[in-house]
Structure formats: structure tokens, C-alpha cells
Design a binder for this molecule. Structure first.
Ligand code: F3S
Length: 755
């Protein structure tokens, strides 16, 4: 069930030859990231050296993973591709559609009822096309992938931005949109701009309260949410080797928060221990045979400045426990400075909830170390001042943690155990009182803390930290509590100091599970039928998008000029909208409702140029569509950062937006726009953003000569009768221009299958 050792051996059989071929063309020693990239070229052995940050390269990933929210659209698209089976091993994981409210059992049963149509669709479509299916309750995609499928030196893609978590087991694992997953499952190459390389040298050793989470919180503070864009972050050094495999996973996981393409670590003993503990001794044995190829060359690590585009050095011995937030994951505050920063910035210090879980920090080691803090509190007569919730990462982790008494420890401290699923991390949290929108603080061990993400309340100040710190802060109820120096008063009035956390990297008695929640696909799925009810409001079969009309685009109305941060959460909100991920028309009713309108500083209120009245963004766009008028969306820097959801690209496409023009794009979103046949453009001069006016009608000129590296012209017709031209850039290569012309990449795939 768990993994395909034959596939892995096949990958390893090529390694030596392909790495050597790459060394020859690159002409110097290789980093690990380069080895993995060059061994996964679509065309086999490297014949040329690629230019980092420039060359578009075709790759052949080994696996595809999808979560339930994004799998719906990915598989609806795959169904249009005309294949009998997926071309590479693929899995679906049901983890996003389970709301946290009452506790694990009740929440899971409710979700199974509420989303039965979607789960049945995913189960039957997986069964038909040869895809492994992980049922609701089996766990969070990235924890399950780490436990079952990730392998050193492999390459995978996944329809979730935290696919990068598998870097903890030495993979190059990259978050993509459903359209990319569809390509790879359909047997096509997967294209990526050859990434730049950021090296992070870890020296020293963690101790006390410092954890792997603090490494990535620190890196996020240094690089910010944009600093990793277009780059693979490679961790190395003695410090790297001292970290557990799941700890490495935590660090790679939050590489998504710095915009990195992915992050990875070289194969080492902690990975070998993890592989053996998770029943994959044969993968460890196979990896050991080529282990010199599964890490960067010695020369690279001896002289990293020469080989990486950017280098950061972190001494683990000096790391402090820290919290990042609120509202952005790169605002780094070591705990020793938190009280002062909170006071200075007006962050509420009373903590209402502490939440442990998410794909970032829900391993056995995480639970065991957090439980050591909970146990101290129980032993020393402390109670939690904040509410406390736990989402284990997988059924295997939950079952083992239950067997070993860890869950009982949390329950003894009045924690609520939620399902092995994403829950509050993706806004699937029915938090009592959140609708009152009161200003409050929560701490969690997740990765993202954008406004409204966890509970829908824009006034919830969410701070990201380690599970150990979540436990300590939930017990104290105080954001400024520094367990390294401060004491707490117990029920007898005594001053109590918490000892630093302890725990087990891996369960002493080994992992155990009764029913992991896996369903293998049918050997021959040709007789399996996949039903989608025509009147369903959760699922809708797709219609191909129309091809480009062959002319310049004229008379486009400005739909919105978005101001500041505009993440995929702003473009296609999660939370309650998750349930429409398989129904393009219904989910399009959330288009850009979180984006701030530059002209009035409000969300979801834009001017309808046809009536002069202000209305919701989706309704305004539908009004333009009804009149056959195209529109344009304008945005700021790093537009579309956040998740890989292609809905953020499909919704505007479906509703008739023709172009998105921004100061800069987040990579995944830009690619998603291209796949859906949209125009993704950037200002040649960023100051031209200021020239866009609320009543503008816009022409895009130059499309009949649309070519790589050739800018286009926009004509802005202002409502005072004046007009001006601005130059806009694009990053389309010849193939992507083909997608634009065909109306979408999928239109080309289908045509090719029919041939
Ligand atoms: Fe799920 Fe949150 Fe990870 S939504 S996949 S737990 S980032």
C-alpha cells in the first residue's frame, strides 16, 4: 500500500549516471537541489547547464499528491484529459473539509455527512484512475506523505503549497495548481523555471526551548514573505544533521511562507531512522547504496558562497524560542522581546486559544515534546488559562500517541482533541464567539496567520510558534510569558518554573495503527463509474474555456485595483468557501472579496462602471460578463502569494476577467493564470500602478504579435477623455503563449490525447 519501492529503485538506478552527466555540463560540484533537479529532467541525461532564475525546464516528477479541496478541481480537469489511468503514482488525501468544533469523533462524522458527495466523488474517481485514496480522518496530506511516500532524492509535486514539507525527507517537493498536477498525471512533462539556490548553513545544536520551528521562524524573519521567491532553500551543516526528520519537515514546510519554490536537506541518519521507523527499511537500504548522491558535494558545503546565490548562517546553539505574527508569518519576535513588542504595538497579551497541529507541527515528536510540558503543568498543579486544542497529523501518529499516553496527558489538561485534519489551520474552525469580531490573541503551531485565516475574525491576532511554546503559553494564558525566565503561580499559590521540553524523536515502541484509512484503487478501473449530479451545488463538470479570439483586447473595464497584500486567500477565500472547490460557478462568488479596493480602502466594494454604483466584486464582474465586456484586475507586489489554489486563476477566467496586471506575482499563481489561458502581466515601470484610475477602460495592444520577451502596450482611457499608454511585461514562453491562444493548457492536452 504505502510506497512503490520498484519506482524508487528505478529513480536510484539512474542517479549516478545522471548526476555525473550534470556535473559535466555544469562544470562544477553540485548542490543537492541541483542533483535532484538534473536527475529528474524529462529528457534524461543533462545536455546543457540551465541558467538559474531564467531557463524554463521540463521535469519528470516521481509522484503527485492532492488534498481534498484542490483534488476536486485537479481531478475534474484530469477527467477532461482522456486517459484511462494516471501516468505516475498519485494520492488523494481528505483533510481540508473537516471542521473543528466539538471534538474528533463528532466532527468527523459530521464532515462525512456534510461532504459525502465530495468524498464519494474523490473516492470513485481515485478508484477509477489508479489513485491511492486516503479517507477523511486518515491525516493531513503532508504528514501522511512524509510517513508513506517521501523518499530521499525524489521529486514530487502536490496541489498544496505545503507539499514542500517532504523536503524533510530529502525530496524536492513543490506545491502546484491542479492544472500542473493534471499535466503530470496525464503523462506530460512538468515545466518549472530553473530555481535559484539559497543555502542555509546550520551550525551548533538546539537546546532548551529552541526547536526546528524557531529555525524557520528566524529564516522567515530574515528573508520575509518574498525572500525565497524562485529559489530552492538547501539546509546543510552539522546543525542540519542534528535535527530529526520531522523537524526538518517543519523547516521545509514553512519555506512556503518565504515564497520559496521548495526547501530540502541532504540524506542523513535521522532520515534513515525515520524511514526504518515508518516501515520503509527497503527505501533506507536503497538510499544508503547511493547516499553520496543524495546530498550536496563536499566542495559545495566547504565553500558555499561560491555555489549558492545567497547564503544564510544560523547557529542553532544561539536560537531563542520565538513567535511570528500577527497577520504575517515573517514578523519575527524572540520570546524575550515579546512583552515589550506587544505593549508597543497594542497586541492583546491575554491568549484565548493555543492550538497544536497542522502539517507543520503534528508529528509524534511534536506531540511528545508538547505533552512533556502539559505533564509538568498537571504534576505541578497548574491549569491552562487559555483553551487548548490538538489536531494530530495522521491516524498513525494519533494511534501511537494514544497508546503511549500522550493524548491522555493533553486531555487531563482539558485540551480538546480534534480530528487528524487541517481544521483551524484552514479556517475550518467553528470557534464559539468568533462572529462577535472581538480583538483577541491566539497562538498556534501552524504556518500561516493571515487575517481571518483560522476563525474568520479579522481581529484575531494569531502568532505562529512551536508546539512546545503553544503548550507553555496556553498554560500561562499570556503572550509575553517567557518559560525560559518566568514563573507561573499554581493553585497552591506557589511559583512554578516549567522545565525545558523533552520528548521522543520516534516512538520507543515503534509506530502502530489499526486502520490507517487507506483505500487502494481498482486494478482495472474501466468499469468504475464516476457520478456528478447535474444539480449538485458542490461539484460541476467543467466546460472548456473559449480560445483567444485572435485580436487585441479592447474596452476592458477595471474591475478592481487591489491595494497591498493580495494573497490567494484574498482572491479566493478559504473557510466556508472550501465546500465549493469542485463547483466553479458557485465558488466564483468569492472572487476577490478579500482584496482591498485602492479607491475606497474597502473590501468587496467596487464601482460598476456601467451603473456608477458600488457593489460586490463577483456581482460587478457578473454584470460585465452579462454584457459581454471583459475586465482587468490590477494588483500590487507579490500578487497571489500563499497557496497553490488554481481557483484563484479559474474564477476570474470563468467570470470573464481577461488580464491581471500587477507589480509582481507569486510564482505559483502566475503559472496558474497562464494555465487557465489568462494574461498575467507586470508593470514595466512599477510607478505606472499610480496611473490606473477607477473609471478606466483599458486596451491591451500587441497580442497579435505575442512573443516571448516582447512587452505589450496598455492604453488607459480615463473618464476625463484623456488617454495614455504604458508598457507591460510578461514571462510567457512559446508554449505558454500557445496555452493563451488555445484558451487553456488543458485544451491542448485534450487535443493531443485525441490524436
Ligand atoms: Fe492543511 Fe494547514 Fe497544512 S490547511 S495542509 S494543515 S497548511
Amino acid at each position: 500500500m504505502a510506497f512503490d519501492i520498484e519506482m524508487i529503485k528505478k529513480v536510484y538506478d539512474h542517479y549516478e549516471e545522471r548526476v555525473n552527466a550534470a556535473r559535466k555540463v555544469v562544470g562544477k560540484p553540485l548542490t543537492l537541489a541541483e542533483k535532484i533537479l538534473y536527475t529528474h529532467l524529462w529528457n534524461g541525461n543533462a545536455e546543457e547547464a540551465y541558467e538559474r532564475g531564467q531557463s524554463y525546464v521540463d521535469f519528470a516528477p516521481d509522484r503527485v499528491a492532492m488534498q481534498d479541496a484542490t483534488a476536486q478541481m485537479a481531478l475534474l480537469q484530469f477527467m477532461q484529459a482522456g486517459r484511462p489511468q494516471v501516468a505516475v503514482p498519485s494520492t488523494v488525501h481528505c483533510d481540508h473539509l473537516i471542521q473543528a468544533r466539538d471534538g474528533a469523533q463528532e466532527d468527523l462524522s459530521r464532515a462525512k455527512q456534510e461532504s459525502s458527495e465530495v468524498f464519494n466523488f474523490l473516492s470513485s474517481v481515485s478508484n477509477k484512475y489508479g489513485i491511492g485514496f486516503w479517507k477523511p480522518g486518515a491525516g493531513i496530506i503532508h504528514q501522511v506523505v512524509l510517513e508513506n511516500y517521501a523518499f530521499p532524492g525524489g521529486m514530487m509535486i502536490g496541489t498544496d503549497s505545503h507539499t514542500v514539507n517532504a523536503g524533510g525527507l530529502g525530496m524536492v517537493a513543490i506545491g502546484v495548481g491542479g492544472a500542473d498536477a493534471c499535466d503530470v498525471m496525464a503523462g506530460l512533462p512538468w515545466e518549472l523555471k530553473f530555481p535559484k539556490l539559497i543555502g542555509v548553513k546550520l551550525t551548533g545544536k538546539l537546546s532548551g526551548w529552541a526547536t526546528p520551528k524557531d529555525v524557520i521562524l528566524k529564516v522567515a524573519g530574515i528573508l520575509t514573505v518574498k525572500g525565497g521567491t524562485g529559489a530552492i532553500v538547501e539546509y546543510f551543516g552539522e546543525g542540519a544533521k542534528s535535527l530529526s526528520c520531522t523537524g526538518k519537515g517543519t523547516i521545509c514546510n514553512m519555506g512556503a511562507e518565504i515564497g520559496a519554490t521548495t526547501s530540502t536537506f541532504g540524506y542523513d541518519e535521522s532520515m534513515e531512522r525515520y524511514l526504518r521507523a515508518t516501515d520503509r527499511a527497503d527505501v533506507a537500504d536503497a538510499a544508503n547504496k547511493i547516499k553520496d548522491y543524495l546530498t550536496g558535494d563536499d566542495e559545495v558545503y566547504a565553500d558555499p558562497e561560491t555555489y549558492f546565490d545567497q547564503l544564510i548562517e544560523i547557529n542553532l546553539s544561539e536560537l531563542e524560542p520565538s513567535l511570528n505574527g500577527p497577520f504575517t508569518p515573517d514578523l519575527y519576535t524572540p520570546i524575550s522581546r515579546m512583552r515589550e513588542e506587544a505593549e508597543k504595538n497594542g497586541w492583546p497579551t491575554k491568549v484565548e486559544w493555543g492550538l497544536i497541529g497542522s502539517c507543520t507541527n503534528s508529528s509524534y515528536e511534536d506531540l511528545s515534546r508538547a505533552a512533556s510540558i502539559a505533564q509538568q503543568a498537571i504534576d505541578k498543579g497548574l491549569v491552562t488559562k487559555a483553551e487548548f486544542g490538538i489536531n494530530p497529523g495522521s491516524e498513525q501518529v494519533r494511534y501511537t500517541a494514544d497508546r503511549d499516553g500522550l493524548l491522555k496527558t493533553f486531555e487531563d489538561l482539558n485540551a480538546t482533541l480534534f480530528t487528524n485534519a487541517c481544521g483551524p489551520c484552514i479556517g475550518m474552525w467553528d470557534r464559539a464567539g468568533a462572529d462577535k469580531r472581538e480583538k483577541n490573541t491566539i497562538v498556534h503551531s501552524f504556518n500561516r496567520n493571515f487575517a481571518k485565516r483560522a476563525d474568520g475574525n479579522p481581529n484575531t491576532y494569531a502568532f505562529v510558534t512551536s508546539p512546545e511554546m503553544v503548550a507553555a503559553i496556553a498554560i500561562s494564558g499570556d503572550l509575553g510569558f517567557n518559560p525560559v525566565t518566568d514563573t507561573l503561580t499554581n493553585k497552591d499559590g506557589e511559583q512554578i518554573k516549567l522545565e525545558a521540553p523533552t520528548g521522543d524523536e520516534l516512538p520507543e515502541k515503534g509506530f502502530a495503527v489499526e486502520d490507517a484509512g487507506y483505500q487502494a484503487p481498482a486494478e482495472d478501473g474501466s468499469e468504475v463509474s464516476v457520478d456528478v449530479a447535474p444539480d449538485s451545488d458542490r461539484l460541476q463538470l467543467l466546460e472548456p474555456f473559449a480560445a483567444w479570439e485572435g485580436t487585441d483586447l479592447k474596452g476592458l473595464k477595471l474591475l478592481i485595483k487591489a491595494k497591498g497584500k493580495c494573497t490567494t486567500d484574498h482572491i479566493s477565500m478559504a473557510g466556508p468557501w472550501l465546500k465549493y472547490r469542485g463547483h466553479l460557478d458557485n465558488i466564483s462568488n468569492n472572487l476577490l472579496i478579500g482584496a482591498v479596493n485602492f479607491f475606497n480602502d474597502e473590501t468587496d466594494t467596487v464601482k460598476n462602471q456601467l451603473t456608477g454604483e458600488y457593489g460586490a466584486v463577483p456581482a460587478t464582474q457578473r454584470a460585465y460578463k452579462a454584457e459581454g465586456i471583459g475586465s482587468i484586475v490590477v494588483g500590487d507586489e507579490n500578487y497571489g502569494e500563499g497557496s497553490s489554489r488554481e481557483h484563484a486563476a479559474m474564477e476570474p477566467r470563468h467570470l470573464g476577467v481577461r488580464a491581471v496586471l500587477v507589480k509582481s506575482f507569486a510564482r505559483i499563481h502566475e503559472t496558474n493564470l497562464k494555465k487557465q489561458g489568462m494574461l498575467g502581466l507586470t508593470f514595466a515601470d512599477k510607478d505606472d500602478y499610480d496611473k490606473i484610475q477607477e473609471n478606466d477602460t483599458i486596451d491591451i495592444i500587441g497580442l497579435t504579435d505575442f512573443a516571448p520577451n516582447k512587452s505589450l502596450t496598455l492604453v488607459l482611457h480615463h473618464d476625463d477623455g484623456s488617454s495614455e499608454e504604458i508598457e507591460v511585461n510578461h514571462s510567457y514562453n512559446a508554449q505558454q503563449i500557445g496555452w493563451f491562444k488555445a484558451g487553456a493548457a488543458l485544451n491542448i492536452i485534450r487535443k493531443n490525447q485525441e490524436k
